[in-house]
Design a protein around this ligand. Structure first.
Ligand SMILES: [Zn+2]
Length: 151
């Protein structure tokens, strides 16, 4: 019984080790998989996850270093969607532990979005720009904007 437990612990440790090795890549991009299938926003602490919901609203969820959900505190977020129909700004409000957009993303995809992220009201805003690509990646089965593969 004791031996079995030890093997199990070893196996778990190995798995965690493997996961960490995959997440740390060379090109500086963060490919860590987020629990809700969204995109991990670089340089955010706690980790912020950008998720496009089915109704095209946007949620920002927060996670500790070991990817356990934590509540939003002083963070504020604005999303600017540079859609073909024109630029649209999404404002966010706190809902439960997350920040949720008050309006929805414009129709279509393939346009650029800028996430303006502020850790506190006084903090310098962080501008995170990426393309909103909603296609499902064939490899990781996540939406391309949240893809965790090296391509
Ligand atoms: Zn992928």
């Amino acid at each position: 019984m004791k031996t079995n437990l030890r093997i199990l612990t070893l196996a778990t440790a190995l798995c965690v080790g493997l996961f960490t090795a995959t997440a740390a890549d060379k090109d500086g991009h963060n490919h860590k998989a987020t629990p809700k299938g969204g995109r991990l926003l670089d340089k955010t602490e706690p980790h912020a996850e950008f998720v496009v919901e089915k109704d095209r609203s946007v949620s920002i969820n927060f996670y500790s270093e070991d990817m356990k959900p934590v509540a939003a505190t002083t963070q504020t977020v604005t999303v600017i969607a540079d859609a073909k129909s024109g630029k649209e700004t999404l404002q966010f409000e706190k809902k439960g532990d997350s920040l949720v957009s008050k309006t929805k993303l414009p129709d279509g995809e393939g346009y650029n979005v800028v996430v303006q992220f502020k850790q506190t009201a006084e903090a310098k805003p962080l501008n995170l720009r990426f393309k909103l690509d909603m296609h499902t990646c064939g490899e990781c089965k996540r939406a391309e904007y949240a893809c965790t593969c090296d391509h």
